[in-house]
Design a protein. Structure first.
Length: 181
């Protein structure tokens, strides 16, 4: 086990061990865990968090007074006009975020931490999908140069994603990186 941890890191080992049901056989695919793709759940979830953090770094062009610090940023985004979020992808992300508190409670009561790992992967998938939709359709990007109010609404959504990904990774004992290279 020490050799595997030394090879791929404790976060990858911990997440992959929790990314299965309690009664399932552990099939640890070393090649998959090293891969930086959607097929590697821990990478995909951590990359979702890092991608969300990068949105805030890039948002300074449109919202220069957006605080860097998490609590201050959450407070600044609390008054964002969320009613402007009406795209199907945005609504799906909000619905997924709303499931988190009950999911954590249910996972704890059932002693099934894999539920949290599965949920985080699904949330990251939804977030990456919305990111990609913005690449294809500029009006869906998180940062809209000439619309600071829409940018604030979408930044509030990104804040929700980043917060839940960090919380869930924390529950699993896995790092939520600020950036990935």
């Amino acid at each position: 086990m020490r050799e595997v941890v030394d090879e791929v890191g404790k976060d990858a080992v911990r997440f992959m061990m929790l990314y299965r049901k309690n009664d399932a056989v552990l099939d640890f695919d070393l090649a998959k865990v090293i891969e930086q793709s959607r097929d590697n759940p821990v990478f995909y979830v951590q990359y979702g968090h890092a991608r969300g953090r990068s949105v805030f770094r890039n948002a300074r062009e449109v919202v220069p007074d957006l605080p860097n610090e998490g609590t201050a940023r959450v407070t600044a985004l609390a008054t964002a006009p969320l009613d402007r979020l009406d795209d199907t992808g945005e609504l799906a992300l909000m619905r997924r975020l709303a499931l988190y508190p009950r999911l954590v409670e249910a996972a704890a009561l059932a002693h099934e931490p894999h539920r949290i790992a599965f949920y985080l992967y699904e949330l990251a998938s939804d977030f990456h999908a919305q990111w990609n939709r913005g690449k294809d359709s500029p009006h869906l990007r998180f940062i809209i140069q000439n619309d600071p109010q829409m940018t604030m609404a979408r930044l509030a959504l990104v804040q929700g994603v980043v917060t839940v990904l960090a919380s869930g990774l924390g529950v699993l004992g896995v790092e939520a990186p600020e950036e990935m290279r």
